[in-house]
Ligand binder design. Structure first.
Ligand SMILES: [Zn+2]
Length: 112
């Protein structure tokens, strides 16, 4: 059965869904199958989310995680590559342990 989704029908569907009605009940009220209701809700969710993806700028993961030690473990091409992630020293990109490694042993850094 082909479902015609008029704006009015979509609005009613959204309204019933937001009232917390089960999809089967929404379908009964709109004279549709439960699958038609689910399919339409799914598509609505997708189209609603789409503009947000376009607006959101690409962000570095550390902007979300807050300050964290950026001491790298492994090679960036390594699938296990990760950063320390501990709370950094004030004004430093690394935690206390890795600040010591970074600033007290510069020769080791140059050799690496
Ligand atoms: Zn660290």
């Amino acid at each position: 059965m082909e479902v015609t989704w008029t704006p009015e029908r979509v609005e009613r569907l959204t309204q019933l869904f937001e009232e917390g009605l089960p999809t089967a009940e929404i379908g009964r009220r709109l004279g549709l199958t439960k699958n038609a209701v689910i399919g339409r809700l799914y598509r609505s969710a997708m189209t609603r989310r789409e503009p947000m993806h376009k607006v959101l700028p690409r962000r570095n993961v550390f902007e979300f995680a807050g300050p964290s030690c950026l001491w790298p473990f492994g090679h960036p091409n390594d699938p296990n590559f990760h950063f320390c992630g501990a709370r950094p020293e004030p004004g430093k990109p690394y935690c206390a342990e890795h600040t010591a490694l970074a600033y007290i042993r510069p020769k080791d850094q140059n050799a690496a």
